[in-house]
Write a protein that binds this ligand. Structure first.
Ligand code: GCV
Length: 720
């Protein structure tokens, strides 16, 4: 008996030891995001141990208190040490946090005046004769950003001796746009319901609201538009203002302001006005009173985001007024309170027979210089709609007198929903690094967005959020990276997507170089993979109707011509692609002349944009020496092969990741592999009916005939 008990105990101990030795044993579900603070390896702990002497944050400021608590939580976890939070005395190695209002920080004579409200310094200094690390800023929120930065250095194994970091955001408004509806459904949301429980607010709040604010603050996001741009007027009624105010109270110490999407016709819907004409004094008075009401409840309310006269939404054009008339009227209402209006340029009209890609430019370019100074025009990264690849929007660089802010989509409406592993940092970076040539070489989109090209102080970047109530927040482990990368690039639009991926992978999974290097490589290649298996060589908008799940290049029966994929690919017996040169829609002429020349010439256009701008013969000779048809099929094959490579690679990385998250990602990759094959097969089956050529040698025929793919239906696909 004794022997039996002993044997069982021994077996248990051995099992535990084996488990511990077998790498990351703790089950994780992704809730902790990149802020996991799991213990570092012993050698790294020793390196950072001096930081564990004390955290001195004597100022009474809510954001500084949060910063100190975060450092305490982070260092306690990472270094397995209980770091004393001492209010005053500086022990050697201590961290001192605060603003110039702190006597010891003031005594250091740091160049705080160059940091603005949100920038910070992290420096190795001597305080009261003892070595210390100071995090200093001009506001509590700046201090909080600095605390997260210091924790990132520790999490990723960066050196912290003789530290000298200065960081100032290059972009003023770094915002999430939630397309969340009041019934908790999320338009284009793939991570479960909306995290805003509107029904229970304001009385009952979810601890997740704090975790949301904390995660956003950790990457510098400073604002959130709570409701869908396809807005309901109800969001502007007193009960919903009270709910938004509750969220604003929770977010405030994290430096996050709330904004609301405004429905243009709200004065009619809420108060029975006869009109929503922006030049009608009663309408202007209504909005002014509404702004006063909102600011009484939310003194730091950020302002309004507006989708007007787009996809059926009401707007000033219903009254024959311009977008500027509409934006300026709203801007006047929020101006006395310091609020802003973000007016979306995502407009295209049913009645307009012009190429959809031209329409936003044609509408907005003539309005340059006509917007009030608290209006910023929000422009999607490309001229169509968040496709796997789009050339940069021609409005960037074309409205020098108007501040333009970027709108990226973090949720992956057109890139495989949450299921596909696609690192959007690469997409964001590609757009931001594009050269508009508006003021000669080097006039990048990043410089339009950060205001430096035209000297605008009002700057912004918005990301359509991918957040929901799913335990891992974003619907998949790797989609967290897209939220993360968005925040980091909004802070610095010239930051490296690769570097950001490395930080994220290190903090989210493991800093072991044997893990980080292959994962970052995989992430950086993942964007090209999705382009290849969905829309290679500049193809776009080929997805199925409504939900946008899966391929539908054959769709030709929708009410509006520009909702049909056939409108975009224009395949025929001769070739494929949309002629946007002067023999076609001439959309290319909306770019600055050097860009227009390059893109408009089939000999110089980059192949990645070829079919966006040109209708190209099937036998056109490509750089590879292959004819276009063969190249197209080769790209589809390449995309599918890349997903297979990602699966194989991730399988080898099990030793570095806890079993649950590793298996989770493995399962998602299996779906992606299946869907990549489906995209490839369906697209090739369809385009072959025009090209009428054999597949290149070694390329297998589609698994099914075209009718099979055309018959697939997904009435309950999410996010629709
Ligand atoms: C919020 C696309 C999406 C719509 C979205 C729209 C927009 O058309 O499919 O769901 O609506 O863009 O950005 O306004």
């Amino acid at each position: 008996m004794r022997k039996g008990v002993f044997g069982a105990c021994r077996a248990l101990i051995l099992a535990v030891v084996a488990l511990l030795a077998s790498g990351p044993a703790m089950a994780e579900d992704g809730y902790d995001l990149w802020l996991r603070y799991r213990p570092l390896a012993d050698s790294a702990q020793a390196r950072y141990r001096p930081l564990a002497t004390a955290i001195a944050a004597p100022q009474d400021d809510p954001s500084i208190r949060i910063a100190a608590a975060e450092l305490h939580r982070g260092l306690t976890g990472l270094l397995r040490a209980d770091v004393p939070a001492s209010a005053d005395a500086i022990a050697p190695g201590a961290i001192l946090l605060g603003t110039g209002g702190d006597r010891r920080i003031a005594a250091l004579g740091l160049p705080l005046s160059t940091l603005g409200r949100e920038g910070y310094l992290i420096r190795s200094v001597r305080v009261d004769g003892k070595p210390a690390t100071v995090i200093a800023a001009n506001s509590g929120v700046g201090v909080l950003y600095g605390a997260f930065h210091l924790l990132r250095l520790v999490q990723t194994g960066d050196p912290i001796d003789r530290i000298d970091i200065r960081s100032v955001p290059k972009v003023e408004l770094r915002l999430l746009n939630h397309w969340d509806n009041l019934d908790r459904s999320v338009e284009r949301g793939y991570a479960g319901q909306s995290i805003w429980d509107w029904w229970k607010l304001p009385d009952i709040t979810n601890p997740r609201y704090v975790d949301y604010a904390r995660a956003n603050a950790s990457i510098g996001i400073n604002g959130t538009v709570l409701n869908n741009v396809n807005a309901k007027a109800d969001s502007l009624t007193a009960p919903y203002i009270a709910k938004a105010a509750k969220l604003a109270d929770i977010f405030r110490p994290y430096g996050i302001r709330v904004y609301l999407s405004a429905r243009w016709s709200a004065p009619i819907e809420i108060s029975g006005l006869k009109t929503a004409d922006p030049l009608d004094p009663a309408v202007a008075a209504w909005w002014k009173a509404k702004a006063d009401e909102i600011y009484a409840a939310i003194p730091d309310f950020g302002g309004f985001l507006v989708k007007a006269n787009s996809e059926g939404q009401p707007g000033p054009q219903d009254y024959h007024r311009s977008h500027a008339d509409g934006a300026n009227m709203l801007a006047a209402a929020v101006k006395p309170h310091g609020g802003i209006v973000m007016w979306r340029a995502f407009v295209y009209a049913h009645e307009n027979p012009d190429d959809r890609a031209r329409q936003a430019y044609d509408e907005f370019k003539p309005l340059d210089g006509r917007f009030a100074d608290n209006v910023i025009v929000q422009v999607k990264n490309g001229a169509i709609d968040f496709q796997p690849r789009e050339p940069f929007h021609p409005l960037f660089g074309a409205m020098p007198k108007t501040p333009l802010m970027m709108e990226f989509q973090i949720t992956k409406e057109y890139l495989g929903f949450a299921t596909h592993l696609v690192y959007l940092g690469a997409l964001f970076e590609e757009t931001l690094a594009s050269d508009t040539f508006a003021k000669g070489k080097g006039s990048t989109v990043a410089r339009v967005i950060d205001g430096s090209l035209e000297g605008h102080a009002r700057t912004g970047m918005a990301g359509v959020a991918n957040i929901g109530v799913d335990r891992n927040w974003t619907g998949s482990q790797f989609d967290q990276a897209n939220w993360y990368a968005f925040g980091r690039l909004a802070w610095d639009p010239e930051a490296s997507a690769r570097r950001i991926a490395a930080d994220w992978a290190g903090m989210t999974f493991s800093t072991d170089p044997a893990f980080v290097a292959p994962v970052v490589d995989m992430m950086m290649r993942s964007r090209e993979a999705v382009v290849d298996y969905m829309t290679p060589l500049g193809l776009h908008h080929l997805m199925a109707t409504g939900h946008h799940y899966g391929p539908g290049p054959w769709v030709d029966d929708l009410e509006r011509p520009d909702w049909n994929p056939v409108y975009y690919h224009r395949a025929d017996a001769q070739g494929i692609g949309f002629d946007r040169t002067k023999t076609g829609s001439n959309a290319v002429a909306q770019y600055a002349p050097p860009v227009a020349r390059q893109l408009g010439d089939i000999r110089t256009v980059p192949e990645r944009d070829l079919l966006w701008f040109h209708h190209v013969r099937w036998d056109h000779r490509m750089a590879s020496g292959r004819i276009l048809w063969d190249e197209l099929v080769t790209r589809y094959d390449r995309g599918v092969a890349e997903v297979a490579a990602m699966r194989a690679r991730w399988a080898t990385l099990a030793p570095y990741v806890d079993a649950d998250r590793h298996a989770d990602v493995m399962r998602f990759l299996a779906v992606q592999a299946r869907e990549a094959q489906w995209w490839r097969d369906a697209s090739i089956a369809y385009f072959a009916t025009f090209a009428r050529r054999p597949l290149p040698a070694g390329s297998p025929p589609p698994a099914h005939d075209l009718d099979y793919y055309k018959a697939l239906r997904f009435p309950y696909a999410p996010g629709n």
